[in-house]
Design a protein around this ligand. Structure first.
Ligand code: SF4
Length: 65
């Protein structure tokens, strides 16, 4: 399982990442988004695009044990 982590100290809730992962900005309140490889709404390209479009480098991936 992978977790897309939002650094809440950096995030300014600009909403850029919502273009690739709708609703992601809302996840700021919860500290991150659990990503299942089986979720058809989330794909690797969208995740990477969301990370790349963040102007504050607030997004990163964390592999869960
Ligand atoms: S693009 Fe970055 S700064 Fe903007 S809402 Fe997403 S995580 Fe926050």
């Amino acid at each position: 399982m992978i977790k897309l982590v939002i650094d809440q100290k950096r995030c300014v809730t600009c909403g850029n990442c919502d273009a690739w992962l709708p609703g992601l900005t809302e996840c700021v309140k919860h500290g991150g988004l659990m990503i299942s490889e089986n979720n058809p709404n989330v794909n690797a390209e969208a995740i990477q695009k969301a990370i790349d479009c963040c102007p504050l480098d607030a997004l990163s991936l964390e592999v869960m044990q």
